[in-house]
Design a protein around this ligand. Sequence first.
Ligand SMILES: [Fe+2]
Ligand SMILES: [Fe+2]
Length: 148
Amino acid sequence: MDIFSIIKSDHKKVQDTLESMLDTSSGDEQSRRQFTDQLRDLLLPHMSAEEALLYPLLMEEGDPELAMEAIEEHRTAKHVLSELESLSPGDAFWHARCQVLSELIEHHIDEEESDIFENASEFLDKQRAQRLAREFEQRKQTFLKEAA
Ligand SMILES: [Fe+2]
Ligand SMILES: [Fe+2]
């Protein structure tokens, strides 16, 4: 496993969760709460690990513009996620807010898996990419422990 495959597999889980969220109806308040918690537990540790390990490398060795745009996208996604959490799952706007969050995250994932991966693979050799994968997983675990 290298950092690219770890990130991709996290993205897939996030996308599946968002899809499940969008499939719920306003009567499924419990599912909406559970999926939103699941999304938070997937997304926040992942973003924290990217911010701690991947983006600083892009700032120093790659394209800083890509890193800064990604950081801003994280900030926006976290904001909309917290706004979704503050909305009652039965609220008429819940689905629309979830849709906007999903679109933000989809756009971010697309850029990460294309431009950012391309840029990072210019300076990350195989060995470094594998070492980063281990650090990435550790960072996610630490984040979860600290949040608990
Ligand atoms: Fe990501
Ligand atoms: Fe990201």
